[in-house]
Design a protein around this ligand. Structure first.
Ligand SMILES: Nc1ncnc2c1ncn2[C@@H]1O[C@H](COP(=O)(O)OP(=O)(O)O)[C@@H](O)[C@H]1O
Ligand SMILES: [Mg+2]
Length: 355
């Protein structure tokens, strides 16, 4: 998307671009009369006409969800040429905060409790968020957390009519890759990924392609936060329970996960509760396959590429992954052959010298 920044939007003067997401740009704006600063999310209609219904869904969800920890809708405009929604402006997000400093167990428990309040409420009204990730969690000046971006929200129990599965691959529960409908436990899985990232600075799985993420979510046992950074091992079980492959083995609501996590944090020493681990490189971990799988796991856990955009789950994408995989394996074979040849040459030279 190249930037063509509008000068004004309705009663607002556009000040600057804040960020660009999968289907929209977000601008910081000032009301011409009141001077109020807001964030306006402008849909990139030219990119794909099919996103207008998604945007309408986001507007509907935002106007129905009224909760102290959910970003409220302040206004909107919808036409075939231009569509935007107005919301309060936030200085930062959990993604910004994570770049600066990781969460101590106590801070993570507090943030999760806030988030669980908002999610339990949305779930009680039949909304599954389906896109929980750091850039969708706004922070105010006191670092209180607000849930935003219901653009991909689904209704509980309804199989989506979308031809493509949307979401952000590092946070997508395994059942979504199987085409199962999202439910409360789908959001609980994403909370597990989020919690792991807030505590350790790393998500359980890193891969280059969306299809690789789907494979890892379904087939690989997630590493514990304490394997990824200096996180108290006593917190591992709760985080891993949220990351269970089977939805029935996860905590059954966001609130239940928050209570379990809070209880685990309360058992830590005061110093452990308050300690923020420093950022660290992602350690190389050989992922283990889940028991029911073949026992063979392609090694996909060594990359650290970020995948932020919603990606279509298409057959073509699945096919695309096989070609570079084959190319990689070919290069590895060639390197091994070269090494053997070099060793043989070295042995020959030693033999000649000895004679
Ligand atoms: N209300 C807001 N106040 C300030 N920044 C926001 C607000 N809403 C979204 N943003 C920022 O705009 C960026 C783009 O948002 P979005 O289109 O939702 O994409 P994504 O969540 O996929 O990054 C986000 O990364 C976020 O940092
Ligand atoms: Mg967003």
């Amino acid at each position: 998307m190249h930037e063509t920044r509008p000068k004004e939007l309705g009663d607002y003067r556009v000040l600057n671009l804040v960020g660009t997401g999968g289907m929209a740009r977000v601008y910081r704006c000032r009301h011409k009369t009141t001077g109020q600063i807001v964030a306006i999310k402008v849909l990139d209609i030219s990119a794909d006409v099919n996103i207008l219904p998604l945007f309408e869904r986001e507007i509907r969800a935002m106007s129905q969800l009224r909760h102290p920890y959910i970003v409220p809708l302040q206004g909107y405009y919808l036409s075939p040429q231009l569509a935007y929604l107005v919301m309060p402006y936030f200085e930062s997000t959990v993604a910004d905060r994570l770049r600066m400093r990781l969460y101590s167990p106590r801070e993570a428990a507090q943030a999760l409790t806030h988030l669980a309040h908002a999610l339990d409420y949305a779930h009680s009204l039949g909304y599954i968020h389906c896109d929980l990730k750091p850039s969708n969690l706004m922070l105010d000046s006191q670092e209180r957390l607000y849930l935003s971006d219901f653009g991909l929200a689904k209704s509980i129990g309804k199989r989506s009519n979308d031809q493509v599965a949307f979401g952000t691959p590092p946070y997508m529960a395994p059942e979504l890759a199987d085409g199962a409908p999202a439910d409360i436990r789908t959001d609980v899985y994403a909370l597990g990924v989020l919690l792991c990232e807030m505590l350790s600075g790393h998500r359980p799985f890193e891969a280059e392609r969306a299809t690789d993420y789907f494979y890892l979510h379904r087939r690989a046992l997630p590493p514990a936060p304490s394997q990824l950074n200096k996180v108290p091992p006593a917190l591992d079980d709760v985080v891993l329970s949220a990351l269970s492959k089977s939805p029935s083995e996860r905590p059954q609501s966001a609130g239940e996960l928050a209570r379990l996590f809070q209880a685990a944090v309360a058992k830590l020493s005061e110093a452990e509760q308050r300690w923020n681990p420093p950022h660290c490189e992602r350690p190389l971990i050989v992922l283990q396959p889940v028991q029911s799988s073949s026992g063979v796991l392609r090694e996909l856990n060594v990359q650290s590429t970020q995948m932020r955009r919603p990606e279509p789950l298409s057959k073509r994408a699945a096919e695309e992954t096989t070609v570079p995989e084959r190319a990689k394996r070919g290069t590895q074979l060639l390197t091994a052959l070269l090494l053997v040849a070099l060793l043989a040459l070295a042995a020959l030279i030693v033999l000649l010298i000895l004679r």
